[in-house]
Structures are given as structure tokens and as C-alpha cells.
Design a protein around this ligand. Structure first.
Ligand code: NOJ
Length: 768
């Protein structure tokens, strides 16, 4: 592998000895002038260097493999370097030894935390709390920036309507409105007002666009998306990120309507540049340029470089030494420009955007990182505190029959707790995928969290019960290390029995079931939503003992829990809640925190219902039709839990839904108001949600669409009024009949309530 990497890098190492004055880091020049000045000094090869980004894996690469390339101006950016000393070392070569002294841009996947691991993005979206999301990403940014990372490949804003797709865990779920709010919050969190200011990063919205719609939920597979679906569903979170000032974008891997996203001029030029006026730069996904050949789209690597570059991909991300398709730009662009196939203007245009970003994040002025400050920033206790709050606020209580939860500390009926399941004491899985820069030992498992909570007076014992594993191992095992060996047949029997005996001997059972971290995420699609291994059997056996059983789910996607949903009294969806997950779960189970999260996805009964999402169109033969119903004859059409659903330890009622004006003209806005009351005996959070339905117009509109939400805290008995603005932007949509954006005069049904099935309704008339 090492030899291969070296061979590939040698290809781009060509020596130059042109002595030109460097552009001064300081001075009154505007970014434009400084960029112009640099561009005027650069050779074509140096320009091509700026559009070349390489992975650097310390696990199997040596600094000497990239340093010559940096010195010769052949590499503009590196990703996956997270050691501050190595970052400074490489940066020194760039700014002190390369001809033009252009600093390197260090990028990394800061997805849900860096040193401090926050809940996975799907969980963060379940908080329905954009301010919290923003705060969490600002902490992640500060920790990454502390080591010298200046650019994150986040947020991932792909809408996901197929939970078989493993990367559903990385996004905000199925809904464009929620997705847009969470996308913008993440951009603000990473970049702040100014990505050059202390503790901030350049953000990168990805994967542009339609990656979540891969056929069959298979990662990387082709997506076929109509224009209406693209504009109304898949693009809004990207547009929101652009409006929030996101500095870069990543092109997606898959084919969109037969044109790979990385060579897709419609997406990258028409939509992103012309329609939206995006000023940042576009990076490819890893090797997605060279893979235009694999897609059966480009003739060869040079053609791939040509197609991606002219479509609008400014920088190529490459995995040299691993893939032969790597470094299409580095190996072909110079010639393409010399031959005139790619214009010098296009090359300048791409390099300008990249240099502008480097200036704007302050890289020229401050290329190095202060290694002495890393520990203090990483060990800030406030980060762990917020990770715990974020985990509490992300969890979704799915069931709580007979108010089984919260458990009461000191209750003699809770003097021994059996914590059972393959994930119950796992520090690795509590964190979730994309945790590559933390210390896994610092994560708190559920067993640990419960022990921390109840102290020594309560016996907390653990048994895994079953062993779970992927049939096809994950590539990410390279980073996190392989799992322990599979159990023998004898061990399987013994461990199962041990778990059941432990349950029998305890007052309360907490079953912790779900998925390993590598069972969701990239290259982690799954065909069913079943709990892997014998987890369901274990749950059924333990439940048969008649003990109080709480099911805690640790997972990165909805699972088939139909049996549990009618047989287990209390079910808490914890997702992969991050490093403080175990403590936060204990907080919720014992009522020190009250659950208030809501599902950002429709929860299917089984994979057979996929695709299933709430914002579907009406059918002429609905379930209420007398006959010829649009439904399966063998299973219900309704989901197990609707979008927006989640319980609390208290109860809420919605009333007095009203609009500031019952009739408005096109383009006018109104206010929608409703009263929300905490009707229970303890304080808690409710997420008030506004849905609309347009009854008629130039095209059919979904049965319901989310158009507003607010998470509020109410003391017992307290009542508050929530208000939402409904105006042109909420009532406009892309109509396939009109082939453009329209706002129709129509009658609208409005609902405000606790989830997407909220019954409280009124109407609004929009007239010309
Ligand atoms: C591939 C993934 O698709 C993308 O999301 C990620 O940012 C890059 N690899 C870099 O790690």
C-alpha cells in the first residue's frame, strides 16, 4: 500500500524553480486583490496543485510521501490529518518552502463532535432545537480548530426517506423544512459570523445532491428524482445552507437521473451557481471524479477530469494509493488546459474560489496552530456538559405504558437493575459512526451511566446476552479496530442463559438493543430493519419473566420494533447519543431529565413499508374509501410512529388554533397561533408543530407539510401561546405543471399539534 501511495504521489512531483515574491500575509489589500496578485504569479501546474486534495492516513502513510508534493505546490489541501504537530510540520513546508507560500487547507469530517462526541446528527435533529445544534457544532468546531483543522465536511444535509440507507444517521431525516432549519443551524455553528474568527471552521454542505434517494436504499446507487421532488424535497436544506453562508459544497457519489452528480452541470452550474448564486467552492467526494469512468459516463481519467471540472467541481478529493481512479485533476488538468479543452478562465475561476476561501478563513495570516493550547480547549468541562444536555434533548420516548418511567431513585422496588444487551456496556457504540478523533475510553456506556446515577446502594449488573455483527465487515474497522472474535456456539448458549438468569434475579431490567456503530453510516445499508442477531429473541425471553422491562435503543436508523411496541411497556430511542450517552440515558430513566425529543423520520412497522414518509400525496382511493383502497392487504399502511412523534413524562394539550386573518392575498403573510398547556404534574418540553395542506392548485400537494415548529418548556399547568408566520416562502412550491415556482390561490388546511397527525385544525384562504 505504502509503495502504491508513493508511486502515485511521485506522478505529481515536478520541480519548479521560478522565484517570485510571495504575497504578503498582512496588508490592506482586499481579498480580491490578494487573490489576483497570487493568480498572476501562478503557473498552470501550481493552479492545478490548488485543486488537488489528498487524504493523509497516519496509519499507513509517512510525511515524506506528501512533503515533496507540498513543497512543489502540487497539493492544495490535505484531509484526515488531526495531529497538530503534523499539521504544523506540513504547513511549514507549504508556507516556508513552496515557491508561492500558499498555505494548505486541512479538512476533516467533524460530523458530531471532534474530541467531545455529541449525539449523531439524526439524534441532534430529534431535538428539534436548532439553537442546541448550533451550539454543539460550535464546540465541535473549536475542538477541531484547536488542532489545526480548518474545514469540516459537514453538514450532511441529504434528505433520507429510506432507513435501509445507512447514511440516514448522518442527516436530519426525511423532512425538507426541518432539514433546512437544522442545516442552517449547523452552518452557523461551524462558521459563526466569520469562519476566520477563533474556534471556527469552514463548513461544507454535502452531498450535492440527491444521495439519500439511492435505489433500494443501497449506498452509492443511482437516484431517480423528478424536478418537483428535487426542488421541493431534496434541495431545500442545501439552499438553506447556502443562505446561511456555507463556504463550500461537496458533490455526491451517485448518478442523478443518469448523470453522475460529480459531472452534473445542471446541479453544479445551473442550480448552485446560476439559480442560487453560490460563491464558495465545490470539492468532489473521495475519488468521485475518477469514478465518472466507473459510472460509464467518462471515457477515461482525463475525460473524467474534464467532465467534472467543466461541470463545476473545483477541487478533487483523492485517495491515492487506494484507488487507481485517484488524482484525475492532478494527472490530467494541466494538459487539458494546455490543449485548450479546459479554458484558463475556468481554471482561474476554480483556483480563485479556493484561494478566496483560504484568505477568508485567515489561513494566510495565521497558518499555524498553537499546540500548547490544544489540551485546554479539549478538556473544557463545558463541552462534556453540553454533550450530556444534547443527548438528553435528543432522545425520543416512544412508549411509556402505565407511566413505567421514570424510575424512582431509592424506590425499594428498584434495588437491583439488570442491564442486558450487546450494546449495554459498549463505549464504542454509544458514540456512533464518524468518531475518529476522540478518546473512546472517555465515553460513558449505559451500564456506567446507570452506576453513576444510582451509586452503590443499587446493584447494577450487566450481561450482553447475544453477540451481533455485520455479515460483511466494515471498512471503518480499520480506524476503530476490529470487533472481538465471534462467540462459539457454546458461548452463545451460556451467555444467553446468563442474561436471562440475571434478569430473573433483578427487580428491573434495562434492555439495551440496536446496532453497532458500523451498522449505520457509509457503506452500511441493510435490507431489513430487524434487530440483528438474536436480540429480539432475548427481549422476548426476558420479557416473559414478568419483570418490569425498559427497552433502550442504541441505533442510527429506525428499526422494526413492532413486537416491542405492543409488548414492552417503556421504550426509549437514544440513538447513538455520544460520549455522555450513558449518563444522559440514566438521567432520562430516573427522571432527572424529561424526554422531549421528536422523531425526524416516519417510523415504519417493517422494511416492507419503505418508502414511507408523512408528506405523501393524497390518493383517489384512500384508506377511507369504501373499496379499492390504496393499501397492502397484509399489513397496515400507517407507520408504527408518525413523523414528529415523541412522548414526555408529562402531557400537553393544544387548543385555540387561530389565524391572524382567515383570508389573504397571494404574497401576504399571516400569523398562526395556538395555545399549548402542560396538563401534567411535572415540567416538560413540547415541540409545537405547524402543518399545512393545499387543497387544490396547479399541482397536487402533500397531505401535510411541516411549515413551522418550536420546542418550548412548560412548568406543570403552564400555558403558552406559540406563533408561526405563514407567508409566500412557506406557501410557494415547485410545480411540475408550471415548470417553476408557484404560489397558488387555494384553500389551506392548517394543523398545530404534537406530531404530524395533530387533529387541531383550521383553514386559510389565499386569493388573488
Ligand atoms: C466519503 C464520504 O462520502 C464523505 O461524506 C466524506 O466527507 C469523505 N469521504 C471524506 O471523508
Amino acid at each position: 500500500m505504502r509503495a502504491k501511495v508513493a508511486t502515485c504521489l511521485v506522478i505529481v512531483i515536478v520541480l519548479f524553480d521560478l522565484r517570485v515574491a510571495p504575497v504578503k500575509a498582512h496588508g490592506p489589500q482586499s481579498v480580491d486583490r490578494r487573490v489576483d496578485q497570487l493568480l498572476s504569479q501562478m503557473t498552470i501546474e501550481e493552479k492545478v496543485g490548488q485543486v488537488n486534495q489528498l487524504f493523509y492516513f497516519r496509519q499507513f502513510m509517512q510525511p515524506e510521501m506528501v512533503e515533496p508534493g507540498i513543497r512543489e505546490g502540487k497539493i492544495g489541501s490535505l484531509l484526515f490529518v488531526t495531529d497538530p504537530a503534523t499539521i504544523n510540520r506540513f504547513q511549514k513546508v507549504a508556507v516556508e518552502q513552496s515557491r508561492l507560500k500558499i498555505p494548505l487547507l486541512f479538512g476533516f469530517d467533524v460530523i458530531h463532535g471532534f474530541r467531545t462526541v455529541f449525539p449523531v446528527p439524526l439524534a441532534m435533529a430529534s431535538s428539534w432545537d436548532p439553537a442546541l445544534v448550533e451550539q454543539a457544532q460550535s464546540i465541535a468546531a473549536s475542538e477541531a480548530r484547536a488542532v489545526g483543522v480548518r474545514w469540516t465536511f459537514a453538514p450532511m444535509v441529504d434528505i433520507a426517506r429510506d432507513p435501509r440507507w445507512g447514511r440516514i444517521v448522518e442527516g436530519a431525516g426525511e423532512d425538507p423544512f426541518l432539514g433546512a432549519r437544522i442545516a442552517a443551524a449547523q452552518v452557523r455553528g461551524f462558521q459563526g459570523q466569520d469562519p476566520s474568527s477563533a474556534g471556527r471552521l469552514l463548513a461544507c454542505m454535502k452531498h450535492f445532491a440527491g444521495y439519500g434517494a439511492g435505489t433500494g436504499g443501497r449506498d452509492y446507487d443511482s437516484a431517480y428524482i423528478s424536478d418537483a421532488e428535487l426542488y421541493n424535497v431534496y434541495l431545500p436544506p442545501f439552499k438553506a445552507a447556502v443562505d446561511a453562508g456555507v463556504g463550500s459544497a461537496m458533490s455526491a457519489y451517485m448518478n442523478l437521473n443518469d448523470v453522475p452528480a460529480t459531472g452534473n452541470a445542471f446541479l453544479l452550474s445551473d442550480v448552485l451557481r446560476r439559480q442560487w448564486g453560490f460563491k464558495g467552492f465545490v470539492v468532489s467526494d473521495a475519488d468521485s471524479v475518477g469514478n465518472l469512468v466507473t459510472h460509464g459516463f467518462a471515457e477515461d481519467k482525463a475525460d473524467a477530469a474534464y467532465r467534472a471540472f467543466t461541470a463545476g467541481v473545483d477541487m478533487e478529493m483523492s485517495l491515492p494509493g487506494i484507488n487507481t481512479v485517484s488524482m484525475a485533476y492532478a494527472t490530467s488538468l494541466t494538459k487539458l488546459v494546455q490543449e485548450g479543452r479546459v479554458t484558463k478562465e475556468r481554471l482561474d475561476d476554480a483556483v480563485r474560489r479556493i484561494l478566496e476561501a483560504k484568505f477568508k478563513i485567515g489561513l494566510f495570516d495565521n497558518p499555524y496552530v498553537d499546540e500548547s493550547r490544544v489540551a485546554a480547549i479539549h478538556n473544557n468541562p463545558e463541552h462534556r456538559r453540553l454533550a450530556r444536555v444534547a443527548a438528553q434533548r435528543s432522545m425520543v420516548l416512544l412508549r411509556n405504558e402505565g407511566n413505567m418511567l421514570p424510575l424512582v431513585k431509592g424506590d425499594p422496588k428498584v434495588s437491583s437493575i439488570a442491564v442486558i444487551g450487546p450494546l449495554a456496556d459498549s463505549k464504542r457504540d454509544i458514540r456512533g459512526p464518524w468518531t475518529l478523533a476522540d478518546d473512546p475510553k472517555s465515553a460513558v456506556s449505559v451500564v456506567e451511566g446507570l452506576r453513576n446515577k444510582v451509586g452503590s446502594s443499587v446493584r447494577v449488573e450487566y450481561a450482553p446476552g447475544v453477540d451481533i455483527r455485520r455479515v460483511y465487515p466494515s471498512i471503518f474497522d480499520i480506524m476503530s479496530g476490529p470487533r472481538p472474535a465471534a462467540w462459539s456456539e457454546a458461548q452463545k448458549v451460556a451467555e444467553f442463559d446468563k442474561a436471562v438468569s440475571l434478569a430473573r434475579a433483578s427487580d428491573v431490567v434495562v434492555m439495551v438493543l440496536g446496532l453497532h456503530e458500523e451498522m449505520s453510516g457509509e457503506a452500511a445499508s441493510q435490507s431489513t430493519l430487524d434487530l440483528p442477531g438474536r436480540q429480539l429473541e432475548l427481549l422476548q425471553t426476558v420479557s416473559g419473566l414478568g419483570k418490569p422491562v425498559v427497552l433502550v435503543l442504541i441505533n442510527g436508523r429506525p428499526l422494526d420494533i413492532s413486537w416491542a411496541a405492543s409488548n414492552i411497556s417503556a421504550i426509549l430511542e437514544a440513538w447513538h447519543p455520544g460520549a455522555e450517552g450513558g449518563n444522559a440515558i440514566a438521567d432520562i430513566l430516573f427522571g432527572d431529565a424529561t424526554p422531549g425529543g421528536k422523531l425526524p423520520v416516519t417510523w415504519p412497522r417493517s422494511a416492507a413499508q419503505i418508502p414511507i414518509y408523512y408528506a405523501r400525496n393524497l390518493t383517489q382511493q384512500p384508506e377511507s374509501a369504501r373499496d379499492f383502497k390504496s393499501r397492502y392487504w397484509d399489513i397496515p399502511t400507517s407507520p408504527l410512529y408518525p413523523f414528529g412523534y415523541g412522548l414526555s413524562y408529562t402531557t400537553f394539550s393544544f387548543s385555540n388554533l387561530r389565524v391572524s386573518k382567515p383570508e389573504v392575498k397571494l404574497g401576504e403573510s399571516i400569523e398562526v397561533l395556538a395555545d399549548v398547556q402542560n396538563t401534567g404534574k411535572r415540567a416538560g418540553d413540547e415541540v409545537a408543530q405547524l402543518y399545512i395542506h393545499q387543497r387544490y392548485g396547479s399541482a397536487s400537494r402533500p397531505v401535510r407539510e411541516l411549515k413551522g415548529f418550536e420546542r418550548i418548556t412548560l412548568a406543570a399547568g403552564e400555558k403558552k401561546t406559540v406563533r408561526f408566520t405563514l407567508g409566500k416562502s412557506e406557501l410557494t412550491y415547485w410545480s411540475s405543471a408550471a415548470k417553476g415556482w408557484v404560489q397558488d390561490p387555494s384553500t389551506f388546511d392548517l394543523w398545530v399539534g404534537a406530531d404530524s397527525t395533530a387533529p387541531l385544525t383550521t383553514t386559510l384562504k389565499v386569493v388573488r
